[in-house]
Write a protein that binds this ligand. Structure first.
Ligand code: ADP
Ligand code: ADP
Length: 237
């Protein structure tokens, strides 16, 4: 599903973000990437949907090179990838439903978003997504009136409405309290199990990862220093 072949990323100022990464992530996997701040977690995730360019190597998504793709091909690959960020990246002053519908833009172009001309099927998909993250009653509430945990659920719903095959979550719980953190992580894990969406989550701390008994990739200074089941991970990861 996702393959990194000898990927290197050097920022323009000379900082090495990723150093010879070789990785294979299979369909339906739930992978947690851990590492201290600056280890390269965001750089790795952003490379996967080409939010930034890599310097060397190649990244394949479902067998297709996102590194080499252009135009419509690149948009088609990106449509399969839903992104979840620490700060939710919602449009604050519009409804939850419109935020979720924005996950459909890749299927129609921006015209429909501007004028709100959504086909019925899209609206149904958006409501289905809100049901799946347990906030069906929030569709017509303004996004910025929700709690942090609810806003993160909206961004998960947006990825579901997008019909993403891959979810990339960059520190999705870093700005949430401990209880909400567990709820959002449980949501991601449950959706991974129910829908088989390949899910990759960046986390600061290994202790949260232990609860999910899953594959851990440890990063340090842009290198993979551990890749295996969480039970085998030591605290140094
Ligand atoms: P985090 O630790 O949450 O991953 P950072 O605080 O390191 O993120 O980075 C925040 C933003 O600043 C990001 O957009 C990142 O690309 C950018 N950034 C981080 N480090 C540097 C740097 N040394 N020079 C320029 N930009 C940086
Ligand atoms: P993490 O997500 O694990 O905190 P990052 O991927 O944000 O780590 O950063 C990895 C390394 O790349 C760090 O040394 C960081 O300072 C550097 N970095 C990140 N973004 C930039 C940027 N835009 N310009 C220069 N250096 C950056």
């Amino acid at each position: 599903m996702i393959q990194f072949n000898q990927v290197k990323k050097v920022y323009p100022n000379g900082t090495v973000g990723l150093d010879n990464i070789n990785l294979t992530i299979h369909p339906g996997e739930f992978v947690i990437i851990v590492g201290l701040s600056g280890a390269g977690k965001s750089t790795l995730l952003r490379a996967m949907n080409r939010l930034h360019e890599i310097s060397e190597g190649e990244i394949l998504i479902d067998g297709k090179s996102i590194t080499k793709a252009k135009g419509a091909d690149l948009r088609r690959i990106r449509r399969d990838i839903g992104m979840i960020f620490q700060n939710f990246n919602l449009v604050k002053r519009v409804s939850v439903l419109r935020n979720v519908l924005s996950g459909r833009v890749g299927y129609h172009g921006t015209f429909r978003t501007l004028f709100g001309l959504w086909p019925k099927r899209d609206i149904e998909l958006a409501h289905d997504a809100l049901r799946r993250v347990n906030i069906p009653d929030k569709a017509y509430v303004r996004a910025d009136q929700l709690s942090g945990g609810q806003q993160q659920r909206v961004s998960i719903a947006r990825a579901l409405a997008q019909e993403a095959k891959i979810i990339l979550a960059d520190e999705p719980v870093a700005s949430l309290d401990p209880l909400t953190t567990v709820q959002v992580m449980d949501d991601l894990k449950r959706i991974n199990q129910e829908l088989g969406i390949t899910t990759i989550v960046n986390l600061h701390f290994l202790d949260l990862a232990r609860k999910y008994g899953t594959r851990i990739i440890g990063l340090r200074a842009g290198k993979v220093v551990f890749d295996g089941p969480v039970e085998e991970a030591t605290d140094e990861v």
